[in-house]
Design a protein around this ligand. Structure first.
Ligand code: C2O
Ligand code: CU
Length: 469
């Protein structure tokens, strides 16, 4: 299908008025592109220096307006791009009325740069804080506040952080896709009050009814891709793309499906080998990378119904994004990724730390080992040690577990070793499931370990894992 025909069709689908010319429409564009990248202010090729300004912003999501927050007025925030070994310097200006921080989800950074307020302070309104650290691993990461996160992330504070490795081939094009779901909260204008961890500011009210009452079935009106509802991505046949996917939603799972999923990477960079799964499940906080080898056919990226509460997932498959290719060239050959082929570690059978997840679906009391953050027992590991963590989900809903400051290897999911070595920082744990992780404690600090359903984290499902020198 040609691009113009597609635009006309999309416009008509959106407005329901048959003959309105595309150019006259005031609606936001539905042509997708990657989020604009942050400008590197430093001429030194080994230093990436960017500025982010967190400020109130009005988001237009489909036909609704949401008073929210944004970095540099952009939704998603600017993509930060660096290479392994670079020093990343990020000046965060806080132009909000609230404290905030930046957390580098998935990156191993020094504890003082991790953006948590367990021991280090938040960035106050009107202040600027400069984060600076070396980026040590390649992959698709993201950044978001780690203060009053449930609200601040929900209101639009997030962006992609891409770390490139010199050994990876450059494809014809690259696309960053950040998925988010909307309709859970809205901010009232002029809202005041400073959020603290563990409290939900009173300025917010549910916009579409209470959380957790649905089956987290994706609704086409709820999901955005780079801030757009059901956009089209125009491309050319015969081209290869590296596509980086991030689920930035607070509480909604994405069970993605399209023709021929070719997955090259998960949370922590390239996989040991190409995977061709039927579905790609992205829990909140998860990332994946895929390659698109475009022939002449258009195709849709679908979200399948998904139930995080077990049982049958209700609803229908929805198209979140349509890829429209121009021309009729054949698909290009697969690029040569430097896949490591590394075998998975074997499970030593012993267990060093157990985290049991409990809580009731529909409630707001979520616990790890019976405790609610910040009243938690701190587990400790020595720097340089290797430990096995066992996650046990004894609740009636799934939980994406996330650990700061480290990557971990998945040893077993429900007693089964993964087909290929899985290096992750966020791992979904299904109801009743036991997941075993191998952790090399190589970064000193008091690291947050929590559920990345941000309502659960806010509800107490967060603990601290100390790596001592
Ligand atoms: Cu993406 Cu502790 O967070
Ligand atoms: Cu949870």
């Amino acid at each position: 299908m040609t691009r113009n025909a597609a635009l006309v069709m999309l416009a008509c689908l959106g407005c329901g008025e048959a003959n309105e010319p595309v150019a006259a429409r005031a609606s936001p564009p539905r042509v997708l592109s990657s989020p604009a990248e942050a400008v590197d202010l430093d001429a030194d090729p080994l230093v990436v220096h960017v500025r982010l300004r967190a400020a109130p912003a009005l988001h237009r999501i489909g036909d609704s307006e949401y008073p929210g927050f944004a970095y540099n007025g952009q939704l998603p925030g600017p993509t930060i791009r660096a290479r392994v070994g670079d020093t990343l310097v990020v000046e965060l200006e806080n132009a909000l009325e609230f404290d905030t921080t930046l957390h580098w989800h998935g990156l191993s950074v020094p504890y003082a740069m991790d953006g948590v307020t367990w021991q280090t302070g938040a960035v106050k309104p009107g202040e600027t804080f400069t984060y600076s650290f070396e980026v040590t691993a390649a992959g698709t990461f993201w950044y978001h506040p780690h203060f009053d996160s449930e609200r601040q992330v929900d209101l639009g504070l997030y962006g992609a952080l891409i770390v490139e490795a010199p050994t990876e081939p450059a494809l014809d094009d690259e696309l960053v896709l950040i998925f988010d779901s909307w309709g859970e909260f809205r901010a009232e204008s002029g809202s005041g009050g400073h959020g603290t961890p563990g409290t939900r500011p009173g300025a917010l009210e549910p916009a579409l009814g209470p959380l957790h009452t649905n089956e987290h079935t994706p609704d086409p009106g709820r999901w955005t891709v780079n801030g757009l509802v059901a956009p089209a991505f125009p491309s050319r046949s015969g081209t290869s793309l590296r596509v980086r996917l991030i689920n930035a939603s607070n509480d909604d799972y994405l069970d993605l499906h399209w023709s021929q999923i070719r997955q090259i990477a998960s949370d922590q960079g390239l996989l040991p080998a190409l995977q061709t799964p039927e579905r790609l499940l992205l829990a909140p906080g998860d990332r994946a990378e895929v390659e698109w080898l475009l022939g002449g056919d258009d195709f849709g990226i679908h979200a399948e119904p998904y139930s995080m509460h077990g049982g049958v997932a209700l609803g229908e498959s929805h198209e979140l994004l349509r890829v429209e290719t121009e021309g009729s060239r054949t698909a290009p050959p697969a690029p040569e990724w430097p896949f490591s082929g590394t075998a998975a570690s074997s499970d030593p059978g012993s267990t060093d730390i157990v985290y049991v997840f409990t809580g009731d679906a529909g409630g707001s009391d979520w616990r790890i080992n019976g405790e609610r953050y910040p009243d938690v027992t701190i587990e400790e590991l020595d720097l340089g040690s290797t430990a096995v963590l066992e996650l046990r989900n004894a609740s009636a809903t799934e939980h994406p577990f996330h650990l700061h400051g480290h990557a971990f290897e998945v040893l077993a999911v429900g007693g089964v070793a993964p087909a290929v070595r899985m290096l992750e920082d966020t791992i979904n744990v299904r109801i009743g499931e036991v997941v075993r992780l191998r952790l090399h404690a190589d970064n000193v600090g008091d690291w947050m370990a929590h559920c990345h359903l941000l309502s659960h984290a806010e509800g107490g499902m967060m603990t601290v894992l100390r790596v001592r020198p």
